[in-house]
Ligand binder design. Structure first.
Ligand SMILES: [Zn+2]
Length: 187
């Protein structure tokens, strides 16, 4: 079977770049496939959810994804979801590795460095988020939205992060008044 890839051992991985978001339980999770969580204790092993062949395979979308360089990644933050912590970092990839245009898809992946985008985490949750990331046993730091994400995505996410903060800080307005809908009754 031609899978169009190379095979690398775990001691000789290639290193790419990717985004993660954080689950409610403080784990790294896939940006596009939210249910895929990365466990701190072991590498992520790719599975193909579409065709169920061994992942990754040429011509499919399966595999642990990473771009070859940070500049490419930075221009492709479009799938990131506002209101959920965003992490950017390097990831080691090994096993079968398929090469696409500017990215790789691999059988196995493990984070190598993690940078939490500060504006995507409320101040009160920052320490906890950093502690959660430190469980992965790699260097953890903070980055600004501008450093982490480029172009229109950064503008959109910054705006949404600010409005989330604003709504968190807004004073409680008390119980909403129960009003009947419809047109006011003429007096
Ligand atoms: Zn596949």
């Amino acid at each position: 079977m031609d899978v169009g890839g190379i095979v690398l051992g775990p001691d000789q991985p290639i290193v790419g770049w990717r985004y993660w978001q954080m689950s409610r339980t403080g784990r790294l999770r896939s940006v596009t496939q939210k249910w895929i969580e990365w466990q701190p204790s072991h590498p992520l092993r790719a599975v193909c959810l579409e065709i169920h062949h061994p992942a990754p395979a040429a011509g499919c979308n399966c595999g642990v994804y990473a771009t070859r360089d940070f500049a490419t990644l930075r221009d492709h933050g479009l799938c990131l979801v506002p209101g959920v912590p965003i992490v950017v970092g390097q990831v080691a990839l090994w096993g079968e590795v398929v090469t696409d245009d500017a990215s790789w898809r691999a059988a196995f992946g493990r984070p190598q460095s993690l940078s939490l985008v500060e504006a995507t985490v409320g101040e009160e949750k920052l320490d906890q988020a950093l502690a959660d990331l430190e469980r992965y046993g790699v260097a953890v730091n903070l980055v600004s939205m501008d450093e982490a994400i480029g172009g229109a995505s950064a503008t959109m996410l910054t705006f949404q992060a600010m409005s989330l903060k604003t709504s968190r800080l807004a004073p409680p307005v008390g119980r909403p008044v129960d009003r009947p809908g419809g047109m006011p009754t003429p007096a």
